[in-house]
Ligand binder design. Structure first.
Ligand SMILES: [Zn+2]
Length: 301
């Protein structure tokens, strides 16, 4: 494994802890207040999960180790649910949509996790899908729920779009939004479900970030985005992306192009668009262009 490192150490003034994984640039996130702590999507490798747990228990702390009172899983993609069982005694909060996944979806998620375990050399035979049926400390919420960590308020908001079970976490006192898989690569929307809902989620994010003066977004992968202006600019890059992609797709669909061909043409048209905004075209971006085009085109047909 690549050695994880601490991106945000957690101090009295800024009690956010972020452990950057060697896997997919994953950010395992947590926060503490007083003698309590919270972990959000706790990490990829067991060593990182342990590092997050020990940082949460001990950073900026003179007393006995803090209790990790809460774990939040933003959604059920396999990189986000790893480690939920490694905080005995914690209350685990998940969107109801995570618990409601049918057996076939759960199996796909667990198979995905097992495949990753194998490449990582991780042995995790007792892992179970997170839901109230599998553990009494797992609790679901509908649209929104509020937790307390010490004296800090932590809100979890359902925000479907990236997946059909996604949520984001808002810490008002620190003006910090943990965006899950939203804004992981601003300008290349990472949609794994339906484009229309993803675009609606972007509008929600924009209104939320503007209305609440969000000053920091910590996505579950890649870089932290700071200042409200930069956050809004990042969201606008994503909104504009769909505003460029959608008309192309509509045109190709109206012209009766077979879907495979339409996906290719629409995805290719995103290259000059993205590069005009100084975005480098990586292989991952190309893959995401095709994926996004396919999702828009499927809505049209
Ligand atoms: Zn995801």
């Amino acid at each position: 494994m690549k050695v994880p490192y601490i991106l945000l150490p957690g101090t009295q003034a800024d009690p956010l802890v972020v452990v950057r994984s060697g896997f997919w640039n994953f950010n395992a996130i947590g926060l503490f207040d007083g003698d309590e702590a919270l972990a959000v999507d706790p990490g990829a490798y067991p060593e990182e999960i342990a590092l997050l747990a020990s940082a949460l228990a001990t950073r900026a702390n003179e007393g006995s180790p803090r209790t990790i009172k809460h774990v939040i899983l933003t959604h059920s993609h396999h990189d986000h649910i790893r480690g939920w069982m490694r905080f005995p005694g914690a209350r685990v909060t998940i969107p109801r949509h995570v618990a409601d996944k049918p057996e076939i979806s759960r199996k796909r998620i667990l198979d995905g996790k097992t495949a990753i375990d194998e490449t990582m050399g991780v042995d995790d035979p007792d892992f179970a899908y997170p839901c109230p049926k599998n553990a009494s400390n797992v609790h679901t919420f509908e649209q929104q729920t509020t937790l307390r960590v010490g004296s800090l308020e932590v809100q979890v908001h359902l925000l479907l779009g990236h997946s059909n079970c996604s949520s984001v976490v808002w810490i008002p006192a620190h003006k910090t939004l943990l965006s899950g898989d939203y804004l992981v690569a601003p300008g290349v929307p990472y949609c794994r479900w339906q484009a229309k809902e993803f675009e609606e989620a972007l509008q929600w994010l924009r209104t939320f970030c503007e209305g609440n003066d969000v000053q920091r977004v910590i996505p579950a992968h890649n870089d932290i985005i700071e200042t409200n202006a930069k956050i809004l600019a990042a969201i606008d890059l994503e909104i504009d992306y769909f505003q460029a992609l959608r008309p192309t797709c509509t045109e190709l669909h109206a012209a009766g192009l077979p879907i495979d061909q339409a996906i290719r043409v629409a995805a290719n048209a995103m290259i000059p668009f993205r590069e005009s905004r100084d975005h480098v075209t990586t292989r991952a971006a190309r893959r995401q262009d095709r994926d996004n085009a396919e999702r828009v085109l499927k809505e049209l047909s």
